[in-house]
Design a protein around this ligand. Sequence first.
Ligand SMILES: Cc1ncc(COP(=O)(O)O)c(C=O)c1O
Length: 278
Amino acid sequence: MPGSEAHISVFDHGLLYGDGVFEGIRFYRGRAFRLQAHLQRLMDSAAAIRLTVPYTQDELTQAVADLIEAFAEPDGYLRLIVTRGAGPLGLDPDSCTQPTVIIIADRLSMIDAKQRQQGAHVIIASTRRLPADGLDGRIKSLNYLNNILARIEANQAGADEAILLNQNGYVAEGSADNIFVVRDGHLLTPRPVDGALQGITRGVVMELAAEREIAVTACALTAYDLYTADECFLTGTGAELIPVRDVDGRPLKHCPGPVFSRLSRAFSELIAMESQPR
Ligand SMILES: Cc1ncc(COP(=O)(O)O)c(C=O)c1O
């Protein structure tokens, strides 16, 4: 149905308490990119918050295919949301009997072309990533206020993106993307235990690097590692791969650098291959 006709209850606990999980998924040439990985992460996020998704992965796969077919354009973005559903005011999840499932298809216009070409200006936010014993960063939940606070800092500073550190001062991720640095031809990226979402794009980049014999290590990184990197880039479904131009006003040695350019090309080739008509 058109967005203007879609509605959910004001008593939905997804709205009232952020009680729910979601995925952002791209589709290219009518095919959802890495859909099964996204659905698996959705199921894992739901399991972690003891939310039963009322459809199987196969049923969701079919629903996504139907929606893409109904959408007017071959390329776009899907938002798949599962909330605890409507219930009485009061946060007890057991008071909600029927989860709400929403799938939205839309055009994507998150990143401007200039940022893609010239690289993003990023800052390190003073807002810290929530510790895993409060809310594990692997759960892709509807609670994004922490990330939004970081994003407000980026906006205030005139930057394109904010990087969050965790409680120990190690780099976690961007407000809506993962981060990689390149040092001596070696790729480094924060670990999920440091507060990095297990990004689907992050995983694809790691696969592409391994295939090209570019060493990748997931490890603890500090601001120093970003400031002194040869290259730095962001990855995410919306972002795809974006080179970073500077971090807190310190220009990176290369932007876009050779490792980024190689992986970015490989990423585009992979999308073209995986979105070929069957
Ligand atoms: C906080 C956060 N980190 C990382 C990512 C990148 O993950 P993915 O590549 O699966 O889109 C996202 C994107 O949704 C995100 O919201």
